[in-house]
Design a protein around this ligand. Structure first.
Ligand SMILES: *[C@@H]1O[C@H](CO)[C@@H](O)[C@H](O)[C@H]1NC(C)=O
Ligand SMILES: *[C@@H]1O[C@H](CO)[C@@H](O)[C@H](O)[C@H]1NC(C)=O
Ligand SMILES: *[C@@H]1O[C@H](CO)[C@@H](O)[C@H](O)[C@H]1NC(C)=O
Length: 262
């Protein structure tokens, strides 16, 4: 289910049903202005699609049409023999540790769920960006493989670390869903754009990254780019923090490239 049906499903599952609650700083649930804007955009796209001679057939999910956003300090491109295999919206936490109140937070990994934005990114990139910015304000579903409200995106994988410098992306989530397993190392980084959205408590957006895969990878996956980040950065110092681990909420897009295995 994708494209126009996917968009219609957004509306069916959201605006016609009770909206998912949004957590505000005061803990009060409310509709957010960004969610209302998102629905307006979805509605606009549906009206446009109705005029297409192909309607009601969905537009093709042609990932070669997708173009990755360029980082402020441009990241090196993917290898020439690779192709874009998946665009995921990631939502989760970044973990940091403070040794004492005069040290600086050290990153010790992250845990996130990945959601399938491949077809929306190929056809409606601005909607995908809006979704990435929206989901930071919503808790993950309690069933990790459930669709993620409020935009009804489908689960596509898990993101976690095997040690402080080894991010993993697991897209082999079921016997019939074998889309690869990427064990990665950081290749390069760029600061996020200066106007990138902050996290719920004003946390600056994480750096954009290029990661390359290493041994242990399956399914021909080669690179994972982290772009369009929202929140996730730690405070500059550990002042006022108890020694130990703390977490910061974030969302981001992961662009995953693969090469055919021979
Ligand atoms: C705080 O932790 C840092 C990093 O581990 C260490 O270098 C420093 O000596 C510690 N300072 C105090 C006051 O314990
Ligand atoms: C990060 O923190 C979460 C929540 O406390 C925990 O479940 C997870 O194992 C931690 N992961 C890492 C890599 O530290
Ligand atoms: C993402 O969704 C598209 C369209 O339904 C599907 O073809 C693709 O296999 C999915 N990818 C993943 C990693 O789930």
């Amino acid at each position: 289910m994708h494209s126009i049906y996917f968009l219609l499903a957004f509306l069916a599952s959201n605006s016609l049903a009770a909206p998912s609650p949004m957590i505000t700083e005061s803990g009060i649930y409310s509709w957010s202005a960004p969610l209302a804007r998102f629905y307006q955009e979805v509605d606009k796209r549906i009206q446009e699609a109705r005029k297409s001679p192909d309607f009601p057939n969905p537009p093709a999910c042609d990932m070669s049409k997708a173009s990755m956003p360029v980082a402020p300090t441009p990241l090196p491109g993917p290898d020439p023999d690779t192709y874009l295999s998946h665009v995921a919206i990631g939502r989760g936490i970044q973990n940091y540790t403070c040794a004492n109140s005069s040290s600086v937070p050290a990153p010790i990994g992250a845990v996130a769920s990945l959601y399938n934005a491949s077809c929306t990114e190929s056809n409606y990139p601005s909607l995908t960006t809006m979704m990435t910015n929206l989901v930071i304000n919503y808790p993950l579903p309690s069933d990790p493989t459930a669709n993620f409200q409020p935009t009804n995106i489908l689960f596509s994988g898990y993101h976690f670390f095997t040690d402080n410098t080894t991010p993993v992306f697991d897209l082999d989530t079921a016997p019939q869903k074998q889309y690869g397993y990427a064990v990665t190392k950081r290749d390069s980084a760029s600061p996020a754009p200066s106007d990138a959205p902050e996290g719920p408590n004003g946390e600056p957006a994480l750096a954009w990254l290029k990661l390359n895969t290493i041994d242990g990878t399956k399914g021909g996956l080669k690179h994972v780019y982290r772009v369009n980040t929202v929140g996730g950065s730690p405070p500059k110092t550990c002042e006022g923090k108890n020694p130990g681990v703390f977490t910061v909420e974030y969302s981001a897009q992961y662009w995953i490239y693969a090469a055919d295995e021979s």
